[in-house]
Design a protein around this ligand. Structure first.
Ligand code: NCD
Length: 336
C-alpha cells in the first residue's frame, strides 16, 4: 500500500490504474472478513470520521458511517436541519468546526463543487492533516459510487480476481440523465481508465454529443492524465444500438431536482424509449446485468419487475459492495 499518494479524494480523474487496484484489492479483503467470522477491525480505533451531508442521502451517508464503525473509528455526523446553518454559518465554517474537534476524515456532500475543493485548499494552506472525501458535489463527481460500481462490475465479470483487468475490453452502457449525473461522470473516469468502452444513451437534452470527448483531456488545473490509454465513449440515441454486444447496463435516475428547465415532457415516452426492462436487456449479451446507484424512480428508468429480479439486477450487490469500498477509502485516507 506504500504507493498510495492521495491526501484527499475529490475526483477519479486523478486515479492511476494502480490506485484503482489498491482500492479494489483492499475492498476484497474487507468484503471477505465476515466469512472469517470477523465483522469489525480495530484499524481506525481512536480516529474521528465526520460525515457532513448538506444534501439528502439515504445510502451513501449510512454506508460511510457503517464502514467507519466496521473499522472501529469514532463517527460524528452533521445534519443541516438541526445546525447553525440556519443561523447563517457557511459550509466551510461548519467543516472547520469539525476539523477543530479533530476530524481525521471529513466525508462531504454538497450541491456545489466548490465546497469540497475549497476545503482542500484551506487545509493545504494551513498544513492541516485532515482529509476530505467527496461524497457527491453538484454535478461534478461521486468517487465512492464510481468505485463501488466498478467493483460490482469487476466482481460480476471475474469473481475470483475482481481487479481492473476484469473490466478491460468490456462494453458498458450508461443510460439516462447523464447531463445531471455526478455518478455518470465518476463512472466515465473509472471505466475508461480500465479500458472499457462506454456507450452513453439517452435523448440529446440529457446526453449531449460532447460527452464523447469527456475523458479526452484532464480537468482544468490538473496535470497529465495518469492513464496512458483510456477506453472510448460513444453516444447513442437508440437503446437497441447502444445495447448491441453490451456486457452490462448502468441506468441512472432522472434528476428532476437538478433540471434547470423542463428537459423532458413525457415520462411515459421516456420509459418506452430508455427505461430498462427484461425485454430490452435481452438486446445486450446474454448474461448482462443492470445496475442503478439509487434512488430509483420505479417504472421510469427501470421497471419494477427488473428491479426486483436479483438474477439480473445488481442494485443490492451495489449497496453491499459500497461498505468494503468505503472502508478502503477511509482506511487509505486516515492512515496515509
Ligand atoms: C446518487 C447521488 O446522490 O448522486 N445517489 C447515490 O449517491 N447513490 C444518484 C442520484 O441522486 O440519483
Amino acid at each position: 500500500m506504500s504507493s498510495w499518494s492521495h491526501r484527499h479524494i475529490l475526483d477519479l480523474s486523478t486515479f492511476s490504474l494502480e490506485d484503482f487496484n489498491i482500492v479494489l484489492e483492499l475492498a476484497n479483503r474487507f468484503k471477505a472478513l465476515p466469512k472469517t467470522g470477523t465483522r469489525k477491525l480495530p484499524a481506525l480505533q481512536g480516529r474521528l470520521i465526520t460525515t457532513l451531508f448538506f444534501e439528502p442521502s439515504t445510502r451513501t451517508r449510512s454506508s460511510f458511517e457503517l464502514a467507519a464503525k466496521r473499522l472501529s473509528a469514532d463517527v460524528q455526523s452533521f445534519s443541516p436541519n438541526s445546525s447553525s446553518i440556519s443561523k447563517g454559518e457557511t459550509p466551510i465554517d461548519t467543516a472547520l468546526t469539525y476539523i477543530g474537534m479533530g476530524a481525521d476524515v471529513l466525508v462531504v456532500r454538497h450541491s456545489s463543487t466548490n465546497v469540497p475543493r475549497q476545503l482542500v485548499q484551506y487545509l493545504e494552506a494551513n498544513g492541516s492533516e485532515a482529509a476530505i472525501l467527496n461524497a457527491g458535489d453538484g454535478l461534478h463527481s461521486h468517487p465512492s459510487q464510481g468505485l463501488l460500481d466498478l467493483y460490482t462490475l469487476a466482481r460480476f465479470f471475474n469473481p475470483k480476481e475482481p481487479l481492473t483487468e476484469s473490466i478491460k475490453g468490456k462494453k458498458v452502457v450508461i443510460v439516462g440523465d447523464i447531463l445531471h449525473s455526478r455518478v455518470a461522470r465518476s463512472n466515465l473516469w473509472a471505466l475508461t481508465a480500465c479500458g472499457a468502452s462506454v456507450a452513453l444513451c439517452g435523448p440529446p437534452t440529457l446526453v449531449p454529443q460532447e460527452f464523447e470527448d469527456f475523458v479526452k483531456a484532464p480537468p482544468p488545473g490538473q496535470g497529465q492524465d495518469p492513464i496512458k490509454k483510456r477506453g472510448t465513449i460513444t453516444v447513442f440515441r437508440s437503446l437497441k444500438d447502444a445495447c448491441k454486444n453490451a456486457d452490462a447496463v448502468i441506468t441512472l435516475r432522472l434528476q428532476k431536482e437538478r433540471m434547470q428547465e423542463n428537459l423532458l415532457t413525457d415520462l411515459e415516452q421516456y420509459h418506452n424509449e430508455y427505461g430498462i426492462t427484461h425485454e430490452n436487456l435481452k438486446w445486450c449479451n446474454k448474461s448482462a446485468p443492470v445496475l442503478h446507484p439509487g434512488p430509483v424512480n420505479r417504472g421510469i428508468e427501470l421497471s419494477s419487475a427488473l428491479l426486483e429480479d436479483a438474477s439480473k439486477c445488481l442494485v443490492s450487490e451495489q449497496v453491499s459492495n459500497g461498505i468494503p469500498i468505503r472502508m478502503s477509502l477511509l482506511y487509505l485516507l486516515a492512515t496515509h
